[in-house]
Design a binder for this molecule. Structure first.
Ligand code: HEC
Ligand code: HEC
Length: 484
C-alpha cells in the first residue's frame, strides 16, 4: 500500500466512525418514534394522551419522571405519588390523564391540554370515577406540579448517581443507557428545571396564597413564559374552564378566556399549545403542529357538554326556565353572552383583570407572529370585565365564578355575605343537591385544598343576581340549570 492509499483508508475509517457516532447520537437522543396506536384509537383518548410535541423542549425523561415521587415524597402534598397532586388517573394507565409519553431518542414525558381540561368525578363515595374530557380539571394542583419539579431539581440528592440508582430499582438499562442517564440526561434535566426557577419566582412568593386545586394564574404564566416580562405585583389565579362545544363562540364578536382576552377559539388553542411546548422557538415540526391544532379545534368545537348524571324533575325544570328567562337570560342567553361585561355591572373580584392588558397582548401577538403562525390572536385593548358565560354543562363547572370562589350553584344564589367563606376545592364526589362538589367535611378536607375568600384574589363578592328570589324560585331555577 502506498502512503497515499493508507491515508485514504484512514480517512475513510474516521469518516465511518464519526458517521456511526453521529448516527448513534441521533438514534439515542433525537430519533422520533410515533406514539403507540392505542393513543389515537378514538378522539377522547387522543385528547387525553396525544402528544402536541411538547416532549422536545418541555419533556422530562420518562424514567426520571417515574422515580422522582419515590425519591422525594416529602416534596409532594401527601402520600400516593403524583396522585397526591390530584391528577385524574384512569385505571390501567401508566400515566395520569394529560401526560404524554413519546420516544424522541429515549422515552420522554410531557403534558397536553387534558391535564387542566379533563374532569374526574364520582357520583358517590363508593362509585368509580367518570372522566369527562374538555371539562375543568377541578382536582389538579398545577402549582404543586411546578413546585415539585423545581424543588426536586434543587435538592443535592438529584444527581446522576442517586437518580440512576433509583431508576435501576425500577427497570433495567443497557450499558450505554446507564451512562447516558448518569452523565447526560439527569444533569441536563436538573439544569433545565433549575433554569425555570426564575420564571416561576412568583409561585414561591409568600405574600401570594396558593392557587389550590383546579386553578392557575394563566395570564401571569403567559407573561413570564411567553413574553418574559419582569415579575410584577399582580396575582389572579382563575378556575379552569370547560372547553367543550366551542362552536358556541362562533357569533362575532365573541371573546374567550375569563376576561375576554382572546378573539376566538383557534387563537386560544394555539396559544395554549405554544405555552405547553415551553420554547420561544415555536413548534419543531410546524406543519404537524398546525394539523394538530386543526384537529383540536374541530374536536373541541363539536364536543358536547355532558348531561347531568342524576335524575332531573322536568316539571320543575320547566318552571325554572321561566325564572331563567326573566332574570338570567339577558346576560347568559342573549347577544351579550360570550362577551366581557363592565366589571361595575357584575362586581366580582378584579385581581385577574389586572394581571393582563393591551401591551402584553401586543407583545404576545408579536412572539407568535415571529414563529410564522397566523391567528386572530389576543385582544389588543384594555380589559373591561368578565365574560358573561355560556352556561352549557354548568353542573360540572363547579366551583363557580372566574376565580372559583363559590363552591356550588346553591351558594351562588345566596347573597355574597352568606356564601361559604372557607371551603375545600378539588374533592371529586358530587353533590347533586347543592350542585357542585362536596366541599366540607373530613373527606373534602383530606383531598381538597383550603380556599379562603378573604385571601388575595379570592373574593366571592358580586354576581348577586337571583340572590333575593324566594326559595321556591331558586329551587326550580337550579333544576333548570341542571338541564343545560
Ligand atoms: C396548566 C393548565 C392549562 C393547560 C395545560 C391548558 N389550559 Fe386552557 N385554560 C386554562 C385556564 C386556567 C384557563 C382560563 C384562563 C383565564 O381566562 O384566566 C384556560 C382557558 C382556555 C380556553 C378558553 C375557554 C373559554 O370558554 O373562554 C380554551 C379554549 C382553552 N383553555 C383551551 C386549551 C387547549 C386547547 C389547551 C391545550 C393546547 C389548553 N387549554 C391547555 C388552563 C389550562
Ligand atoms: C348582568 C349580567 C348577568 C346576569 C343578569 C346574570 N349573570 Fe351570571 N354571570 C355574568 C357574568 C359576567 C359572569 C362571570 C363573572 C365572573 O366570573 O366573575 C357570570 C357568571 C355566572 C355563573 C358562573 C359561570 C362559571 O363558569 O363559573 C353562573 C352559574 C351564572 N352566572 C348564573 C347566573 C344565573 C342563574 C343568573 C340569573 C339568576 C345570572 N347568572 C344572571 C353575568 C350575568
Amino acid at each position: 500500500m502506498t502512503k497515499q492509499e493508507k491515508i485514504t483508508i484512514a480517512l475513510m475509517l474516521i469518516t465511518l466512525l464519526v458517521g456511526a457516532g453521529l448516527f448513534i447520537g441521533w438514534y439515542k437522543f433525537f430519533r422520533e418514534e410515533p406514539q403507540p396506536e392505542w393513543v389515537n384509537q378514538d378522539p377522547d383518548t387522543r385528547f387525553k394522551y396525544g402528544s402536541l410535541g411538547a416532549e422536545w423542549d418541555a419533556g422530562i425523561p420518562y424514567w426520571i419522571f417515574m422515580v422522582l415521587p419515590r425519591m422525594f415524597p416529602e416534596k409532594l402534598p401527601g402520600p400516593g405519588g403524583y396522585a397526591s397532586l390530584g391528577v385524574p388517573w384512569e385505571q390501567g394507565q401508566e400515566l395520569p390523564v394529560g401526560f404524554t409519553k413519546k420516544v424522541i431518542g429515549f422515552p420522554r414525558v410531557a403534558n397536553n391540554c387534558a391535564v387542566c381540561h379533563t374532569a374526574s368525578y364520582r357520583k358517590g363515595v363508593n362509585e368509580n370515577p367518570t372522566f369527562v374530557t374538555a371539562a375543568p380539571a377541578h382536582t389538579t394542583n398545577v402549582e404543586g406540579f411546578f413546585r415539585f419539579y423545581i424543588d426536586c431539581a434543587k435538592d443535592p440528592r438529584f444527581n446522576g448517581e442517586n437518580v440512576l440508582w433509583e431508576i435501576l430499582n425500577a427497570t433495567e438499562l443497557s450499558w450505554f443507557d446507564k451512562l447516558a442517564y448518569k452523565y447526560l440526561l439527569i444533569p441536563v434535566t436538573k439544569k433545565r428545571l433549575i433554569e425555570r426557577e426564575r420564571q416561576f419566582a412568583w409561585i414561591y412568593r409568600s405574600d401570594f396564597p396558593e392557587w389550590g386545586r383546579g386553578r392557575d394564574d394563566a395570564m401571569n404564566l403567559t407573561k413570564y413564559f411567553m413574553i418574559e416580562t419582569p415579575m410584577d405585583d399582580t396575582f389572579g389565579p382563575t378556575d379552569m374552564p370547560s372547553i367543550w362545544n366551542l362552536k358556541k363562540y362562533d357569533p362575532e364578536p365573541s371573546q374567550l378566556n375569563w376576561a375576554g382576552d382572546s378573539h376566538d377559539a383557534y387563537s386560544v388553542i394555539v396559544d395554549s399549545a405554544l405555552g405547553l411546548l415551553g420554547t420561544q422557538r415555536g413548534p419543531k415540526h410546524k406543519a404537524e403542529f398546525l394539523a394538530q391544532m386543526d384537529w383540536l379545534t374541530d374536536y373541541l368545537r363539536n364536543k358536547p357538554a355532558p348531561g347531568f348524571p342524576f335524575p332531573i324533575d322536568p316539571a320543575k325544570a320547566a318552571q325554572g326556565k321561566a325564572v331563567f328567562d326573566r332574570d338570567c337570560a339577558r346576560c347568559h342567553a342573549s347577544d351579550r353572552t360570550g362577551r366581557p361585561l363592565p366589571l361595575a355591572e357584575i362586581g366580582t373580584n378584579r385581581d385577574r383583570i389586572d394581571t393582563w392588558g393591551k401591551d402584553y397582548a401586543v407583545a404576545a401577538n408579536q412572539v407568535v407572529k415571529r414563529m410564522g403562525i397566523e391567528r386572530k390572536g389576543l385582544v389588543e385593548a384594555p380589559l373591561v370585565g368578565y365574560v358573561a358565560q355560556y352556561l352549557d354543562g354548568i353542573w360540572l363547572r363547579a366551583p363557580y365564578l372566574h376565580n372559583g370562589s363559590v363552591p356550588s350553584l346553591q351558594d351562588l344564589l345566596e347573597p355574597p355575605a352568606k356564601r361559604p367563606a372557607v371551603f375545600y376545592r378539588g374533592y371529586d364526589v358530587y353533590d347533586p343537591v347543592k350542585v357542585g362538589f362536596i366541599y366540607s367535611g373530613p373527606e373534602a378536607e383530606k383531598y381538597g385544598t383550603r380556599y379562603d375568600v378573604s385571601e388575595r384574589a379570592g373574593g366571592n363578592a358580586g354576581h348577586d343576581f337571583g340572590t333575593s328570589l324566594p326559595p321556591a324560585e331558586k329551587a326550580v331555577l337550579i333544576e333548570y340549570l341542571k338541564t343545560l
